[in-house]
Design a protein around this ligand. Structure first.
Ligand code: PMP
Ligand code: GLN
Length: 380
């Protein structure tokens, strides 16, 4: 068979590579981002109940209405917005499917899409496979602040879309109000669609608030927000999430959505529709993960890794430049094989694989696991 790959430069994701290596080596897996604890038994019982109540056939294409209502309610209450459940919310198979569907609904060959690097790894392949051109802007360690003038300079008449991600994977940084005001100013008067990946919206630390684009009318009017129940409710394997956008954008989204998945897992939707009625199920997440972050930072404070505390997400970046000048991919593999702690090398998310000597560690693990990993890290 002769064919020309549409993604010739894409290999297996770093998450799969490092998780597999961790497994082979019997290492503690702080690499791929998934919680080391189970989701609430109450939620699991609700899914089981939905199955025995007979919700086992196709759900409505945009999602179970009761769930869309809860989603709109949550966002409108938290971010002072006015999304309508009927026309502006779609339940998706995780954020990954939402992101792919958004890109394929709008990006035509040679359209330009601005991506801030480091970037989560599913953004660019979605653009490339649809013929779009990536316009990357590299942020610099250790603070990874966005230079909005650079973003402004990157805009051309061909710019169709811009990706942002707050709280940010892999850096653990968040965008603040000034960032959002700058972004509003830059995008005003353009037809650029903003894809705001907010899967870690409920994991923000130190009393800071999540700056959703939903709070900013100029941004909201041009944005898709993507969210993931997997991140919020400790069930990444269920692959459930949603996207919200103004009606006209959502109509285009659903034209593609109905043909690439049609609808998603019905019993889980029934369960989330009930579970989301109690806001403490997601509002307590900030404190829960802040304790994990603080524990992890305290445990490694005497190590030779340098730290800028994560402001959000369940990832902590560690700078290992005082330990070795080895490339991060090699160092991450050595750590996994020789010391039995797996992490994610972050150069793979950067433009030209720029290496800032930063590894990403997932601290969504039980305290015992974090203690064991930290003891190892302190001896390196
Ligand atoms: N965006 C970011 C920034 C992520 O970290 C992830 C998953 N970890 C996703 C999107 C995908 O989420 P899901 O698992 O719901 O597809
Ligand atoms: N989002 C997870 C992470 O950042 C990984 C998800 C995946 O493996 N695709 O580690």
């Amino acid at each position: 068979m002769h064919f020309i790959s549409k993604l010739p430069d894409v290999g297996t994701t770093i998450f799969t590579v490092m998780s597999k290596l961790a497994h082979q080596e019997g290492a503690i897996n702080l690499a791929q981002g998934f919680p080391g604890f189970d989701s609430d038994p109450k939620l699991q019982q609700l899914v089981t109940k939905a199955m025995s109540d007979g919700y086992n056939q196709y759900a409505p294409m945009p999602g179970v209405y009761g769930l869309r209502e809860q989603i709109a309610n949550k966002i409108n209450t938290l971010y002072d917005s006015d999304y309508h459940p009927e026309s502006e919310v779609t339940v998706t198979a995780g954020a990954t499917q939402a992101i792919y569907t958004i890109v394929s609904a709008f990006i035509r060959p040679r359209d330009e899409v601005i991506v801030l690097k480091p970037a989560y790894d599913c953004y660019e392949p979605a653009v490339t496979v649809n013929g779009g051109a990536i316009v990357p802007i590299q942020l610099k360690a250790p603070l990874y602040k966005v230079n909005w003038s650079a973003v402004e300079r990157a805009i051309t008449p061909k710019t169709k879309m811009l990706f942002i991600n707050t709280p940010h994977n892999p850096t653990g940084t968040i965008l603040d109000k000034e960032d959002m005001m700058e972004l509003s100013r830059i995008l005003k008067g353009t037809d650029i669609i903003l894809l705001s990946d907010e899967v870690y919206e409920h994991i923000v630390f130190d009393g800071k608030k999540h700056e959703s684009v939903a709070r900013y009318p100029e941004l909201r009017a041009r944005s898709f927000i993507t969210a993931s129940f997997g991140k919020t409710f400790h069930n990444t394997g269920w692959k459930m999430g949603y996207t919200v956008a103004p009606k006209a954008l959502m109509e285009e989204f659903q034209k593609v959505h109905q043909f690439n998945v049609f609808s998603v897992h019905h019993p889980s939707q029934k369960a989330f529709a009930t579970y989301l009625k109690e806001p403490e199920h997601y509002l307590r997440l900030n404190d829960f993960f802040q304790q994990k972050r603080d524990l992890f930072l305290d445990l490694i404070k005497d190590s030779r890794f340098k730290v800028t505390p994560a402001a959000g997400t369940y990832f902590q970046m560690l700078d290992y430049s005082e330990i070795t000048q080895k490339e991060d991919v090699d160092f991450a593999k050595r750590l996994t094989k020789d010391h039995k702690v797996a992490s994610i090398p972050t150069s793979v998310f950067n433009l030209h694989q720029e290496d800032f000597k930063m590894l990403r560690f997932c601290f969504a693990k039980d305290d015992e696991t974090l203690k064991k990993a930290a003891t190892i890290l302190c001896n390196i």
